[in-house]
Every structure is written in C-alpha cells, then in structure tokens.
Ligand binder design. Structure first.
Ligand code: IVH
Length: 672
C-alpha cells in the first residue's frame, strides 16, 4: 500500500511534468484521472500516506509566468465526479440529509463541455476582462484573446430588447473547438504543410494562451457560458435582478446574448435525469462539440447555496463522467483490409487495451495518407479512440514516447489476396486493388449485398458466404438466386432446417422493393436515401440504365459525382451480366405502383419526432406520402407541421423556436 502510493505519486508527478512543462503528454487525461483517483482514494482511507510532494496536495493550476494575473471575485470551483447511477443517488441522499425534512430537489441537466474554463467580466454591459481558471483564485489575463472569440459578446445585451445589463456581471464558460472547426483548422495546417493537431482540447488551450492575439483570432474558437460567478444586485436602471433557479439563470444568460450549452434541460427528479443517460451516450457522437460527461445541478439556487462547498467542490452540482473513450497503447503491427470497392484500409494491430467499455486489439488508420500526415510509425505508442458504434480508430502517435526503434509504415505493393499491384489514382487519398474479380473484393460485395441494411437475407452471414464461395457455389451476387438445396444439404453443418430457412429467405429477397435492390448493389454514394430518390424517379432498372448523368442530376439531392458513379456502374459489362442473371432468376427490378389515398396533404411538409402511439415512423411517413404530403428529416422554416410523439428530441425544441405547429398522431389522422 505504501509502495503503491509512492509509485502513483511518482507516475503522476512525471505525467504532470510532461503535460505542463514539456507540453507533450504521453497518457490521456482519462488515464491520468484514473491514477489520480486511485491515489486520492488510498490517501482518503489512510491519511498517513499523504506526503508533501503528493500531487493531491497541489491545487490544480495552469498559470503561466508571462501573463498578467487577475484575481477572481469568487473561487472558481470544480465538481466532484459520479461514474454511475448509484453515485448520483448517493449524492442526492447526502444532500437531502443536509436539508430540512421534506425538501424535494429538482435539477438541470447540461452537457459537460470538454474545453477550458474562462471567467469573463462585464461592467455596465461592456466586456472588460477575461481570465483563465489558473489556480482557482488567480488566473491569467487573456482578455485580448477571448475578445477574438465570435460567440463571446463584447457588449450585453446583444439585442436591444427590454433587458438592462447588470452593473457588474462575471460569467464562467468553456472555450473549445467545435468538431467541424477543428477539422477546418487541420485542413489548413495540411494545406500549409504543417503538422496536424491531434487533441482538440490541448489545441484550444494553446490557442487561448497565445501571446499574440492575432494567432488566436486566426483559429475558430467557440465559447459557451453556463454559470454566474458574481453579479451586482441591480441592473443599470437600479432594478433588482432575481435568478432563483439554474433554469432561470441559463435563460437570462441566453437573453443577454451568451451562447449557452445546447440541449440543457430541466427535470423534476433525479430518476428523470438517470433515465436520460443512455440517450446522451449515443447523442454524444452526433454533437458538434466534445463532451466528457454531464453536469447535474440542483435547480434551486438558494438550496444549492445552503448545501455549501466541500473542499473545491460545491455540493449542489456533480459531474457524471462517461467511460473513457481514449487510451494509449502500442502499435505492434499493421494489416491490410481490402473493401468491396478495392479500397485499401490499413488496420493497426495493438497491444490489447480496455477502452470505452471493451478490450480493443485493432483499430483503423483510415488510409496511408493519414499515416503519413501524422507520421505514425510501427512500434509507436498511439492514442486510440472508441466512441459509440463506430470502429475504433487511431487518433495519432505519442511522439514523446519514442525510443528510436520505430519504423515507417509503407503501403503494400500488391494486393494480399490476388497479388495485383496496388494503385493510387491521381489525386486520390486512398490506395486500391484495381482487380474487380479479386476474391476478397467479391467476398466483401456479396457480404454487403446480403447484409441486414441491404437485401437482408437471413441466415447468410459472412461465414456462410465464405463457405459457399470456397465450394464454388457462388462467384457473384446473382448466383445466390441459383443455389440448389440438394447441393447445400451435402455440405458440412448445413442441416435440413437450415437449408430450408435459407432457401425461404432467398425467395423472399427476390421481391424486395426496387429501391432496396439499388441500395444493395454497392454503387458508390448510393445508400438508401439516394436509392429511394432514383427508384422514385426512374421506376425500373431499364429506365435507370438508359439515364444520362444530366437526367440523374435533375433529381434534387443527387449531385454530379453520384450521377456519374451510377452511369459508370451500369455501363460495366460485368455488372450488366449480374443484373441480367438476377432478372432471369425473378428478382424484382421495378418500383411498386404508387398508392394514392388522397390529396389532403398536397404541398405540406412534415417532420416526425418521438415515438407515436400506434404507428411506426415508416408507417406515418407512408400515410403522409399517400395523401400527397412530404416528410423531411429536419425542422426548418419550410416545415408546415411537426408530428410529436413520446420523448421527442431536439426537433420539438426547434419547432417551438420557429413557431411551427406541433400536432399529435390523432391530429394527423384527423387531417385525412
Ligand atoms: S458548472 C461550480 N457546467 O467541467 C460549478 N461546468 O469540474 C461550476 N464544465 O472545470 C461548473 N461544462 O469547466 C459546469 N455545463 C457545465 C460545464 C462545466 C463543462 C467544466 C468546468 C469545470 C469542470 C467540472
């Protein structure tokens, strides 16, 4: 135990030095936190283990020598962490014990933005100062830099509404790069031949602490504001300002013109909040900003104040941390994947590492340009990320951890499956195996053709496809429709029942909608949306085959590149042969007659959100379309009605903002 505490202290102090002094960390923040928490827990249980050099004895500080200092009007506190629902419940129980009997608590739930804290002061509505968190008491003066951030108002209120600014207002917020801005920044780096940035948060930190604010101005930072550190009792007209709840506080900040954390919501109970957690874990990847958890705040500010502070953490709020999605590990090998289009994807073989809740031993590196641009070498320590359902991927190397034994990674000269020389078309990022008959490419196309999102032939998983190919029963997608049950039964592990089910699934696939067939062919850029548009317009394979790129681009939502892909695909004699074979086998190649039930909704555009009481989303869409209406996926000024079901998403908020009528399933039915 004594030894462990010492090891942890030494490790943490070393990583602190790498992070703050060298600016070259070799572990992720989450890995650091884990070590820190282990040490903190040990010391909490055995205070005799605490030494003066323990990193827990250092109040966190990011102060830099060459910036003027600003004293904060009140301590810039941090939050204690929760990692599961039980931690949250324990937090509420602890709080309730401190409050008068019978007190009930309601809450605000906000995303925990993964950036850096800034503290901004306004006097009579004018931005006069901005500072970093520093050590929580004193921060670095970064006023000139913060003034370059477009979402930070220089004067409040931004709109000349009825609001009068407070005489004095000190707000707290988070500075970060939106994901798409970070991408743009890296594209610029690339164009200038400069190294790419790996970590958005570190880059935001470096950008905020630039000595030359022109550099800050050239990089698109964003700031969200979520808290008031200090506010004068009255506004400039002497009116008393009252903000009783966190909800009112956020609304007030928004009215003044601040950018507040999107998707922040009020919930009457903690169980409501806990129910929201799974949704957030998936929503996380769709947001345009990084979050590392959620912040839950007691809504009543008087109660929160009464609860007080333990150490640096107020009791009235808590951070729910998502499981770490990033980890470092060693790159021990690179394998080559060939996709159905022939695209070559280098895959990292890794020392197994636990991340995002599972053990990961390989991760994609996208393409060889990526490897080259980031200078990833074999033997490197790399940062990997696993978020949601996406395949784990390599973010970049930890160059500080190199010992000189690392070696460069080169694209393969030949396809590992058919030995055709690998090519890189002019101007392309990717390398390709150009052989359309490459057994691996054929396997991948068939695997895709039968998969759930495509023709959905149940019982035909990748293993079955492999066996049937090895046996020579299928050499392309069309052969599936010529399989003979007698021959299948003779195969190992193909029982009577299995063959019967498989034959029935294949038979069923013959009458899939035309659009579904189109989406299954693997034409580049033709997923279900484009396939639907094509099927709707051309109605049959013959008409589509005869179409010119110009005719195809007439369709709204299809651009010239996809149009050309479609034409090229159908011009290929190999593809024509496959289609003919399918047609002869009786595969449906025609759109169904449109059923027209009425015209009541002609010219009207609908958006669906939430779970409807009796209909699935597809059913509701079909019903609207059958009556002449249109269904789109996002709410805009052009939307006429939003059909709202149970637990609606942000679309309902958007509709409310734009003043678009919201109706129920019953209202919809009544319109017909
Ligand atoms: S409230 C006194 N709300 O998370 C409580 N913090 O330790 C003040 N953060 O460093 C924090 N998003 O910079 C709050 N919606 C949010 C937040 C948020 C991110 C950061 C904050 C702090 C850390 C919590």
């Amino acid at each position: 135990m004594f030894e462990r505490a010492k090891t942890l202290r030494d490790q943490l102090n070393y990583h602190n030095y790498r992070y703050y002094v060298l600016g070259d960390p070799i572990i992720t923040d989450a890995e650091y936190d884990k070590l820190y928490h282990e040490l903190k827990a040990l010391e909490d249980a055995h205070p005799e283990l605490i030494t003066p050099d323990s990193p827990t004895q250092r109040a966190g500080s990011d102060l830099q020598e060459d910036f003027p200092k600003v004293e904060h009007p009140a301590p810039i506190l941090s939050l204690s962490n929760a990692f599961d629902a039980a931690d949250l419940q324990a937090w509420e129980e602890r709080n309730l014990k401190l409050l008068a009997e019978g007190t009930t608590l309601d809450y605000m739930l906000e995303p925990k933005l993964d950036g850096l804290t800034v503290v901004i002061t306004y006097e009579n509505g004018i931005l006069v100062r901005a500072a970093t968190r520093g050590n929580g008491r004193v921060g670095d003066d970064v006023t000139a830099n913060v003034k370059t951030i477009k979402t930070v108002p220089l004067k409040i209120p931004v709109e000349s509404n009825n609001l009068t600014p407070p005489q004095r207002l000190v707000v707290r917020g988070e500075v970060l790069f939106l994901k798409h801005d970070f991408e743009i920044l890296n594209q610029r780096q690339q164009a200038a031949g400069l190294p790419l940035y790996v970590n958005a948060r570190n880059t935001a930190s470096g950008t905020l602490k630039q000595k030359d604010s022109r550099i800050t101005a050239s990089r698109p930072l964003t700031a969200y504001v979520y808290d008031i550190v200090d506010i004068s009792e009255v506004d400039m007209h002497g009116q008393v300002i009252t903000l009783n709840t966190e909800q009112q506080l956020l609304t007030y900040l928004a009215q003044l013109g601040f950018y507040i954390p999107p998707e922040s919501h009020y919930y009457p109970t903690l169980s409501n909040i806990i129910q929201q957690i799974p949704t957030w874990e998936t929503r996380r990847d769709q947001l345009d900003f990084e979050i590392d958890g959620l912040v839950i705040k007691v809504n009543d500010r008087l109660i929160a104040q009464e609860l007080g502070v333990v150490g640096k953490d107020p009791r009235g709020a808590i951070a729910y941390k998502f499981p770490a999605q990033e980890a470092t590990t060693k790159l021990i090998g690179v394998t080559v994947n060939i996709g159905r289009t022939g695209k070559v994807t280098p895959t990292a073989q890794l020392d197994p590492v636990f991340v995002g809740g599972v053990t990961v031993s390989n991760a994609t590196m996208h393409n060889y340009k990526f490897i080259h641009d980031l200078d990833i070498r074999l033997g490197d320590t790399v940062i990997i990320k696993r978020s949601g359902d996406v395949i784990p991927y390599v973010i970049g190397p930890v160059t500080g951890a190199r010992d000189g034994s690392e070696t460069p990674i080169m694209p393969p000269e030949q396809c590992p499956h058919c030995h055709t020389p690998i090519i890189q078309p002019d101007g392309a990022v990717d390398h390709f195996c150009p052989n359309p008959l490459c057994p691996e490419r054929v396997f991948r196309s068939i695997e895709f053709f039968v998969s759930r999102g495509a023709m959905d032939i149940e019982g035909m998983g990748p293993q079955t496809v492999k066996v049937l190919m090895d046996e020579g029963f299928i050499t392309d997608e069309a052969d599936i429709f010529y399989l003979e049950p007698e021959k299948l039964i003779a195969l190992e592990r193909f029982g009577e029942k299995k063959v019967e089910n498989l034959m029935a699934a294949i038979e069923k696939a013959k009458s899939r909608p035309f659009s579904q067939l189109l989406a299954s062919l693997g034409i580049e850029g033709v997923g279900s949306t484009v396939a639907n548009l094509l099927a709707d317009q051309f109605r049959s394979i013959d008409a589509l085959m005869a179409a010119t790129p110009e005719e195809i681009t007439q369709i709204e939502g299809i651009g010239p590149i996809i149009a050309q892909n479609v034409v090229d695909w159908f011009n290929d004699t190999h593809h024509q042969r496959i289609l003919n074979k399918m047609r002869d086998a009786g595969v449906n190649m025609q759109a169904r007659e449109r059923i027209r039930a009425g015209d009541q909704l002609t010219g009207k555009t609908f958006v669906l959100t939430g779970t409807l009481p009796t209909m699935s989303r597809d059913e509701a869409k079909a019903l609207i379309e059958a009556h002449g209406g249109k269904v789109t996926s996002s709410v805009s000024k052009k939307t006429d009605f939003v059909v709202v079901g149970d637990s609606p998403g942000s679309k309902a908020d958007k509709a409310a903002q734009l003043g678009i009528p919201m109706i129920s399933e019953d209202d919809l039915k009544a319109m017909l």
